[in-house]
Every structure is written in structure tokens, then in C-alpha cells.
Design a protein around this ligand. Structure first.
Ligand code: MN
Length: 293
């Protein structure tokens, strides 16, 4: 008998490919299905590089859905005091939203609130207010398309604005739109949070998407993260959303994302067995945490 899992399981496209040519799109979607995942997360740092018509046709051919994620860049950043830079950032977010709609997705997440990278200064009241205002317009535009917006707290070296789940929830309250959720990532939580359970339990109604990754962003089952604590907290809040596996190695290079995430080391070479074992690891933890066996 097949056990019905409470969560759809996703895999980040960078496990498979560094770009999104027609051949790479096909390879990534084929590998996602072959490894047993339900969803692929496509990075949309430059939304113009995604051929949405071809991507949608390929997703339909293989019978899976996609989510999109991105982080902004410093020259197109809504977390800035300069209105021209903010406008460029907002335009990029709106373009990414159009990509999600065109591939018939329902989720856009990531470091949508700021640039993805190390700032040399703290966020200011004004830059944060600009980010809130842009995200409110993005969320309203997303509502018309049935798309949820996810804010992903990342570690201090990757944003100066939202490093913890509490900060993301405060931002969501200021945005004040019902389709904005917290996109949690255990890799970042492991660096910035007090523990891996209480921020999830205390903010249960705001959790909308989950990234699973090892402490060094390599394969699952290695590293120092307490996955029992994390999956236990997700079971406790009865989380039914997507859980997506993220892993990065210098074996697969994205022209912008790999540099922004500081992927300098080769943590794996063989992506297929690595992705298969990651899915198995996730399923085992979900089954155990939810007493499904
Ligand atoms: Mn992540």
C-alpha cells in the first residue's frame, strides 16, 4: 500500500541544470519526474530567460507543476532608498509573476524583499518601507492570478532585511495582504534562529512553503542539521504545503545564483543518486513525524 504523504515534494532545478535552455528545461523536468518528485522549483533571477511556452508544454508533457523563486540584485532592489532602483526591482518581480502565471504555477517565493547578497550596511526605515510598498503591489497583482507570494528569511550574508521568521511575519503584517506567506529554509534557520521548532510553531498560520537543505547545502543525511526537530515541528503544525529540496554544488553552475549563494565547493558530482536519496530521506522523516507507517 502506498502511504499518502501530507506534502508535495519538490526539487530545485539547480540540482539538475545551471541554465534554462530548451534542452536544460527538458532534462531538469525529466529528472525531477524520474526521481519521484511532484514539483520543480525554477530560479527566475532573470525572468526574461525563461521560455514560458516551452516550459509549460514540457511540464504538461511530464505531468508536474513548477514553482518559481528568485532573489533581487543590488541594481534592481526594492530594499533601497533610491526610487529608480526600487522601480527596477519591482519591475523584475512583476516580470517573475508573469512567468509563474504563464507556466500555470501558483507560487513565487525567495528573497523577493531585497537583493540576494551581502549588504555593507543595515536596512533603513525608508528602504524597508519601499520594500513593503512594492510587495503590497506585487501581492495584489498576484491575487488576480491566484498566486501566493513567499518571503524567505535568509542568513545575514544574503540579506540585511529579513533573517528570521519573526521578521518575515512582521513584514507580512505590514504588507497586509492575505496571499503573502513565510517561505522557511532550514539552512538559513540553522544559522539565524534560536532553534528549529519554536519559530515554526509560534508562526504556524504564516508558514506557506519549506526549503530543506543540509547545513553545507550538500546532500541530505550529512551535515549538522537536526531534521527530526524540523519535521517534528512541521507535523505538529499540520503543515500540508510543499517541501522542496535545495542543494548546490560547484558541479552545476548558474551564472548568477551560484555566485550569490557562494557555491565554491564540489559537495556532490552525481546528482541523480543524490536527489533520489534526498527524497527517500524526506519521505522517511515525514512518515515518522506524522506516524503514518
Ligand atoms: Mn532556500
Amino acid at each position: 500500500m502506498t502511504i499518502q504523504l501530507p506534502n508535495k515534494l519538490g526539487v530545485h532545478a539547480l540540482v539538475w541544470v545551471g541554465g534554462w535552455s530548451h534542452a536544460e528545461c527538458r532534462e531538469a523536468i525529466q529528472n525531477t519526474v524520474d526521481a519521484g518528485y511532484d514539483l520543480i522549483e525554477i530560479p527566475a533571477l532573470d525572468p526574461s530567460l525563461i521560455d514560458t511556452e516551452h516550459t509549460l508544454a514540457t511540464l504538461k508533457e511530464f505531468g508536474i507543476k513548477a514553482a518559481c523563486s528568485l532573489g533581487l540584485s543590488f541594481d534592481a532592489d526594492i530594499n533601497n532608498e533610491d526610487s529608480a532602483i526600487v522601480a527596477k526591482g519591482e519591475a523584475k518581480l512583476m516580470a517573475a509573476l508573469d512567468v509563474v502565471a504563464a507556466i500555470e504555477g501558483d507560487y513565487l517565493g525567495g528573497v523577493l524583499f531585497s537583493a540576494l547578497g551581502k549588504y555593507s550596511h543595515p536596512a533603513t526605515e525608508k528602504s524597508r518601507a519601499n520594500s513593503v510598498a512594492s510587495l503590497k503591489r506585487l501581492a495584489i497583482a498576484a491575487q488576480a492570478k491566484g498566486i501566493t507570494i513567499g518571503l524567505e528569511p535568509v542568513n545575514r550574508y544574503e540579506s540585511n532585511l529579513i533573517n528570521t521568521i519573526d521578521q518575515a511575519v512582521a513584514m507580512i503584517k505590514d504588507i497586509g495582504e492575505p496571499n503573502v506567506k513565510v517561505h522557511i529554509d532550514i539552512y538559513h534557520m540553522n544559522i539565524e534562529e534560536q532553534d528549529l521548532a519554536s519559530p515554526i510553531i509560534n508562526n504556524a498560520e504564516h508558514i506557506g512553503y519549506v526549503h530543506i537543505g543540509a547545513s553545507h547545502r550538500g546532500g541530505l543525511g550529512s551535515g549538522n542539521v537536526d531534521f527530526d526537530e524540523l519535521f517534528g515541528a512541521l507535523a505538529k503544525i499540520n503543515y500540508k504545503g510543499v517541501i522542496t529540496f535545495e542543494s548546490f554544488s560547484s558541479a552545476i553552475v548558474h551564472p548568477d545564483l551560484s555566485l550569490a549563494l557562494a557555491i565554491w565547493r564540489n559537495l556532490w558530482t552525481e546528482n541523480k543518486p543524490m536527489a533520489l536519496s534526498a527524497r527517500k530521506y524526506m519521505v522517511e522523516h515525514i512518515v515518522r513525524s506524522n506516524n503514518l507507517a
